[in-house]
Structures are given as structure tokens and as C-alpha cells.
Design a binder for this molecule. Structure first.
Ligand code: ADP
Ligand code: GLC
Length: 487
């Protein structure tokens, strides 16, 4: 089968979060299973392409005021995986992917509409896939266009669409005036299509028009059909429930493995944990805590700072957390509110708390390896990858029971010595503090603690299993198309 991925981020070319990890790794798993994959992503200022060349010199994308012309670049891929970059410097040659510190770029609708249209036109030259697998609102116009303006294009007669929701919190909302600028017909602006409380909603369009919808864990696929997690689109999702599947994200263990990781101070494994101590010391030194007692437990955080991630709970318990015998290392960036909260904590407890407001991949690996515990108190979490990395590094996750966190972390049970982490339900500082206390207490019993670490390290969340589930979804879409053509 030929599958074309359409997304706004992909490791190693561009990344702001887990979406990039998924788009970087899943194509390789599919290729290993014998499929052919093309990956379409924008060419940003920081994108580095080895063996770069232009494969399509000019794609015409109409806008209401004028035509715009972009090129398609390619470079070295993997066997079975080709990468295609949509090059339009006026839109993508910028520092950020989606905006600056002061907010989103004002022309995001135009940027990603151009991207979607360019992908469709480019695929006619480079090979129309059996399935377009589109991710998040930035790629949402592809299924919309295929079933509306392109519905009579013979090139796409057999092309199916799968849309993966990585996060309902980002929908691509724009004022209605955007439609004519993007050359989209007004009849899309109805409640059954892309209209959403007076705005145009890109994500909603994809949920309406895609053949199949997936999201990144089983639990989240259920949660998003409720008002608490559906962000206003729960009704649409309920309608589409027969075509909605939850498939957990996998881990690329070539990138995230304490036995081979090129960013960490020493390698280690479940059989020989000794290297982890060196990683811990290296981590503490990297966060200016080199003088701290390395026998104290370290809680690590690596995260985008957004309301989703639940750090307001830390704010609620900061005074009591400050009393605990624990070291804390935080790497993250985003919302100023949380950046300042953590920086204040570091100023207050300089011997015990290290905070780095940055996006730094090497340091993210050091935290995964060097910390003893990894904190993700998310308000909601579609899948979460960091907790899966933590498991492999023997860094025990402390998580809230939501979405993928709930699906992947089993609470430690002293009696059976089973479980992989600590989990709390209620969204409150009290509930969080209780599990932190449990974790700190168990840490004192190193024998049990090491058992807990090894339980996590032995888990396998590789892409092999989830990749097979995606193939089943692609096959279902292909069958639907074959049947539709027969009738
Ligand atoms: P989300 O996609 O919601 O941000 P995930 O847990 O799925 O959450 O994925 C987060 C990914 O982004 C992980 O690979 C994590 O290491 C990385 N990451 C997040 N924040 C940072 C940061 N400040 N520096 C480096 N990597 C980061
Ligand atoms: C989103 C979610 C995260 C998920 C990632 C990749 O950003 O917040 O939970 O792991 O996408 O699917």
C-alpha cells in the first residue's frame, strides 16, 4: 500500500511536540512492514535536508487576490520512506512553526491552506497514494478538499483519507472572511460542515469529511466524545463514532533507549542499572545542582508549558512540596505563567530546584535518563510520549489518570509488586501531593523501587503493534472505497 502522511512537524526536520515524534517514526514502521510511505511537511527556516533537490519546480495555488507558486523539495529518506517538503519561503521561512512569543502568526489559515492544496497537486506528479493520512488541523484541509472541490478529479478517485487527532485543544479557528481568500466555497460554512460558533473550524472539516478518524489512545477516543474533553466537537465525534478508532502512540527505541542514547552520560539497562547514577550526576550538574546530595530522589519534568499539562496543580502545592526532601529538574517552555512559576520555585530553592526555560532535545534525553521520577499531572493527555520514554529509562512516571497516561501506566501495588508508576484521578493539588508522597516513600525502599523501575523498563511500546493497527485502518478505508466504486 502507498500511504502519504501530511503533517506540520516531523522528526528530525521540525518539532514542537509529540506529533513530530509520531510522524518521524510511524512511516518507518510501516515501511518495515513492506508499505510505501511519502511524508509531506512544510520546509521551515530550521529544516535541514540532506541531499536536497527540487522534485517539482512549481505548484500553482490560487488565492483570491493572486496565484502563489511553491516548490517541492526532497532529500535522503529511508528505504520505503520518501520525504517531500513544501517550499514557500513567504509562509514558512520564519523562526517559529506556528507563531512567536506574542502569539500565533496571523496568516496561519493561509499558510496551512496553501500547504494542503500544494500536497494534493504535488501528489498528482509524485504519486497519488492509496490513503492520505493527515494529522491535526494543519493538514485538515486535505480531506475537506478531496471530498468537495476535488471530488471530480479522476486522479483521486481511489484515494482514501485517514485523519489522526493528536490534540482536540488545537482546532484551527478562523473568521468566516477567510473562506473566499482561501478559495473555499461558502457552502462549507454550515453547522454540518466547518462552521463552529460563527468561525471556520479546520479540524471540524476533517472530522466531517475523512473516511476514518483515529486518535492516539483508546481512552482519549472515548473522552473526546464527552463535553469535558471534546472542546465543543463531541457531537461531531459521537456521530462519527463508528469510524473512530483509538491507536496508542509507539516509541522509536532507536532514539529513546538508555542502552544506546547518544545524549546521556552513561549507558545502562534493566540488567545493569549502574550507569543511571552517572546520568543522575550529569543531570544535576546540567541544572546547576552539582552540589546536591545524589541520594535524594530527583523528579524530572520535560514539557510544553500549556494549560493541558496540569502544572497549575504544582502551583497549588508548591509550599508543601518545598518541605520535601527531593530535587526537581524542569525543562520546558511555552506559557509565561508556568515559566515564571517554575523560575520562582528555582529562585526560592536554588539548592534543590533547577529550571531551564528552553527547548533542548539533548537535555530532554538527560532528564529522562538522570531523573528518578517523571512528572506528568496532565489535565488531559491524548497519548503522551514522555511517560513511555520514562518507562524505558527506569524513570518512574507519576501521572494523572487521563487519556494515554491512563492507558499506559499501571499503579504500583506493594502486595503483588506489580505496576509501573503512580497515578491519581482527581484533578487537584491534594491528589497529586498524595501520589508524590507515595513515590517518595517507596523510593526509600530501594529493593521495591528497583523492581518498579524494571517493571517499566520491560514494557514494549514499540511501533510494531500500533503500526499494524494503522494498517488495519488503511485497509478498511481501501475496502470502503472499492465497495463505493462497485455500487
Ligand atoms: P505533547 O505532544 O503534548 O507535547 P508528548 O508527551 O506526546 O506531549 O511529546 C512531547 C515530546 O516533546 C517529547 O518527545 C518530549 O521530549 C519533547 N519535548 C517537550 N518539551 C520539550 C523541551 N522543552 N525540550 C525538548 N524536548 C521537549
Ligand atoms: C499531542 C498530545 C500528546 C500526544 C502527541 C502525539 O501533542 O498532546 O498527548 O502524545 O500529540 O500524538
Amino acid at each position: 500500500m502507498h500511504i502519504a502522511f501530511v503533517a506540520s512537524e516531523c522528526v528530525p526536520f521540525s518539532k514542537t511536540g509529540g506529533l513530530a515524534d509520531v510522524v518521524g517514526a510511524l512511516p518507518r514502521a510501516l515501511a518495515a512492514a513492506g508499505h510505501e510511505v511519502s511524508v509531506y511537511i512544510p520546509h521551515y527556516r530550521h529544516t535541514r535536508i540532506s541531499e536536497e533537490r527540487t522534485v517539482v519546480q512549481s505548484i500553482t495555488v490560487p488565492f483570491d487576490d493572486r496565484y502563489r507558486f511553491c516548490s517541492i523539495l526532497t532529500g535522503a529518506g529511508y528505504p520505503g520512506v520518501r520525504f517531500f517538503f513544501v517550499d514557500y519561503p513567504a509562509f514558512f521561512d520564519r523562526d517559529g512553526l506556528y507563531g512567536t512569543a506574542s502569539g500565533d502568526f496571523p496568516d496561519n489559515a493561509e499558510r496551512f491552506a496553501l500547504f494542503g492544496r500544494a500536497v494534493l497537486e504535488a501528489s498528482k506528479v509524485l504519486g497519488v497514494p492509496d490513503v492520505f493520512h493527515c494529522h491535526d488541523w494543519q493538514a485538515a484541509l486535505v480531506p475537506v478538499l478531496l471530498r468537495t472541490q476535488y471530488s471530480e478529479d479522476p486522479a483521486f478517485r481511489d484515494a482514501g483519507t485517514v485523519f489522526t487527532i493528536h490534540n482536540m485543544g488545537y482546532q484551527g479557528l478562523f473568521p468566516p472572511e477567510i473562506l473566499p481568500l482561501l478559495m473555499l466555497p461558502w457552502d462549507l460554512f454550515t453547522i454540518a460542515k466547518m462552521e463552529y460558533f460563527g468561525n471556520v473550524n479546520f479540524l471540524k472539516g476533517a472530522l466531517v469529511y475523512s473516511d476514518m478518524i483515529t486518535t492516539v489512545s483508546r481512552k482519549y477516543s472515548q473522552e473526546i466524545q464527552t463535553t469535558e474533553f471534546g472542546f465543543g466537537l463531541e457531537g461531531v465525534l459521537k456521530d462519527r463514532a463508528p469510524n473512530l478508532a483509538g491507536i496508542l502512540n509507539g516509541v522509536d527505541y532507536d532514539e529513546w533507549n538508555p542502552q544506546t542514547d547518544k545524549f546521556i552520560a552513561a549507558h545502562y539497562s534493566a540488567e545493569d542499572l549502574s550507569g543511571k547514577r552517572e546520568c543522575k550526576q550529569d543531570l544535576l550538574a546540567s541544572f546547576g545542582l552539582g552540589e546536591a546530595d545524589p541520594n535524594l530522589p530527583v523528579i524530572g519534568v520535560v514539557s510544553r508549558f500549556a494549560a493541558q499539562k496540569g502544572f497549575d496543580l504544582i502551583g497549588q502545592i508548591i509550599d508543601r512540596l518545598a518541605l520535601e526532601e527531593v530535587l526537581i529538574t524542569v525543562l520546558g517552555s511555552g506559557d509565561k505563567l508556568y515559566e515564571e512559576m517554575f523560575l520562582r520555585l528555582a529562585r526560592r530553592l536554588p539548592e534543590r530546584v533547577g529550571v531551564r526555560v528552553a527547548y533542548d532535545n539533548a537535555l530532554a534525553h538527560k532528564v529522562e535518563a538522570g531523573a528518578d521520577m517523571f512528572l506528568m499531572p496532565s489535565r488531559y493527555e491524548p497519548s503522551g510520549l514522555s511517560q513511555l520514554y520514562s518507562l524505558k529509562y527506569g524513570t518512574v512516571p507519576i501521572v494523572r489518570a487521563t487519556g494515554g497516561l491512563d492507558d499506559t501506566i499501571d499503579p504500583w501495588e506493594a502486595r503483588t509488586k506489580k505496576g509501573t508508576g503512580f497515578k491519581f484521578q482527581e484533578y487537584s493539588g491534594e491528589a497529586l501531593l498524595r501520589v508524590i508522597h507515595q513515590a517518595l516513600q517507596l523510593y526509600r525502599d530501594q529493593e521495591s523501587w528497583q523492581r518498579l523501575m524494571r517493571n517499566g523498563m520491560s514494557k514494549d511500546f514499540s511501533w510494531r503493534v500500533s503500526g499494524r493497527e494503522y494498517v488495519r485502518v488503511y485497509e478498511r478505508v481501501r475496502q470502503q472505497h472499492a465497495q463505493a466504486i462497485l455500487v
